[in-house]
Write a protein that binds this ligand. Structure first.
Ligand SMILES: Nc1ncnc2c1ncn2[C@@H]1O[C@H](COP(=O)(O)OP(=O)(O)OP(=O)(O)O)[C@@H](O)[C@H]1O
Length: 469
């Protein structure tokens, strides 16, 4: 930790105090970045500063070598910048002794055994699985059908055909659910297989813990002896050099042995910033599939499935028609938010003893509905409408008055008023500087036509759904 012992140089050089070392640490944090700082610098202990030599203690030999090689220069520079006369730095390791808890720099799940012992299944790495995340409870729709099919294939446990399976997609779209579903299924189909699931963050903590406790060989052996390894949210290791290094070797060792690896991330391998190139290319070697943002039908399907479960839990509650459709339409962010809204709705309705109606939904979900309001822009509306009617985008703002162009333009004006919070003069400006009365006229025209022209009404409905999904 950054806690120096105080020493005075016999040559009268500047004294190292807690404050000055604190300042040096602050500068180092800026130059090496938070994760490097926490992993490598914070565990250092300044033990001496005399005769131009700054001596530090690192918890392990590995850390000593790593810090010396990678951060020695930076530490030297910052000490000098702080006004200390330092010729060189020495890194030492303590005599073999248990490391006191206050030198542990990172939270860890549970202390590893101090001495190596015979390995049982308990020693294998892994995080608990959520019993609810099965294939049965996973609702399949267009946006996730490929990811689902790939997950199913891997879960069959046949010969490894693609390695790794790389699943990616935005927050709350079902990556973890699918990984747990694979693990559950494999436990049934291949009970003898060592299937291990953990997040990349847990992988790192275990790695750091192994370093600290000098059990790196055990760590390596543990991870290399699984049959199926699943690592969730792999983007977490980006920028964490030594964890990446270890992950890379684990990955290679397992692939070489023909063991299945399943990885998830919030984006495609090539797009993960600060992930080593060699890891990116390894991750791209198998099958890379993405979970697309949900569409209206999938959201409705998920809501219907979850509602079935709630009906059993709250047998007395009734739900008015249109509530699920309203939620699927309005909450487009992610499935987790959708689920949260439904849970709250059932709990609220049961508390107040009322039917779940649209009014009740609006009342109890105001914050979620407001946060989920997608900000559609006028430009997006113009683009979508132009595509739909096969006219040029420039015609949306141009002067042409022929009906084949004027009508789509009015549709875009109408949707701009409906789907954005822009005022009529603002909308007018975006439509080539038209007056607000022209916009008003366009909107009225469309409102009128929607009552008499089914085609226009359908077009509007479709465009609205496209823009809001
Ligand atoms: N297609 C689906 N069918 C049923 N439930 C789903 C589906 N997709 C997501 N969910 C549910 O949504 C919630 C969030 O899903 P999950 O945790 O798998 O998302 P994630 O993609 O791993 O998100 P994150 O990026 O935050 O880790 C879970 O409760 C999950 O069961």
């Amino acid at each position: 930790m950054c806690a120096p012992k105080l020493h005075v140089d016999s040559k009268g050089n500047k004294k190292m105090t807690k404050e000055t070392w604190g300042r040096v640490c602050n500068e180092l944090l800026k130059t090496v970045g938070k994760s490097n700082y926490t992993t490598w610098i914070a565990p250092l202990r300044m033990i001496d500063m005399a005769e131009g030599i700054a001596a530090f203690e690192a918890p392990t030999k590995f850390m000593r070598d790593w810090v010396s090689r990678n951060f020695g220069e930076a530490i030297l520079r910052e000490l000098r910048n702080d006004g200390h006369v330092v010729e060189r730095i020495e890194f030492r390791v303590p005599e073999l002794r248990p490391i006191p808890a206050n030198e542990v720099s990172r939270p860890v799940a549970a202390p590893a055994p101090a001495a190596p012992k015979a390995r049982s299944d308990e020693d294998l790495p892994g995080a608990p699985l959520d019993a609810r995340f099965t294939f049965d409870s996973f609702v399949v729709g267009k946006p996730n059908e490929l990811a689902h099919a790939a997950a199913r294939r891997v879960a069959e446990g046949g010969p490894v055909t693609f390695n790794p399976l790389f699943l990616y997609g935005g927050v709350g779209l079902g990556k973890t659910h699918l990984m747990h579903a694979i693990a559950h299924e494999l436990q049934i189909r291949r009970p003898e297989a060592r299937v291990r699931y953990l997040s990349a963050e847990q992988f790192m903590y275990r790695f750091v813990q192994a370093l600290r406790e000098r059990q790196i060989m055990d760590f390596k052996e543990m991870f290399r002896s699984v049959d199926v390894l699943m690592v969730d949210d792999v983007q977490f290791i980006a920028g964490k050099d030594s964890t990446q290094e270890e992950f890379f070797h684990t990955f290679n060792a397992l692939v070489d042995q023909g063991k299945q690896i399943i990885i998830s991330a919030d984006r495609a391998p090539g797009e993960i910033k600060d992930l080593e190139e060699r890891i990116k290319s390894r991750l791209q070697c198998g099958l890379v599939v993405d979970l697309h943002p949900t569409d209206y039908e999938l959201r409705l399907g998920i809501l219907q499935t979850k509602t079935e479960a709630y009906r059993a839990q709250y047998p007395g509650l009734t739900m008015a028609d249109g509530v699920l459709e309203f939620l699927a339409h309005r909450i487009t962010t992610n499935v987790r938010v959708l689920e949260g809204a439904l849970t709250r709705l059932f709990a609220f309705a049961s508390l107040v003893g009322k039917e779940i109606s649209l009014d009740l939904a609006q009342e109890c979900l105001t914050d979620i509905l407001r946060a989920s309001d997608r900000k559609v822009t006028i430009e997006e509306i113009q683009r979508k409408v132009a595509e739909h009617y096969n006219v040029r985008l420039s015609d949306m703002i141009g002067p042409k008055r022929v009906r084949t162009i004027a009508r789509p333009r009015q549709v875009a004006m109408y949707l701009s008023k409906q789907l954005t919070t822009r005022s009529l003069p603002e909308i007018g400006r975006r439509f080539g500087g038209r007056d607000h009365t022209t916009i008003m006229h366009g909107i009225r025209k469309i409102e009128e036509l929607m009552g008499s022209d089914r085609q226009i009404a359908e077009d509007i409905d479709l465009l609205r759904r496209l823009l809001e999904s």
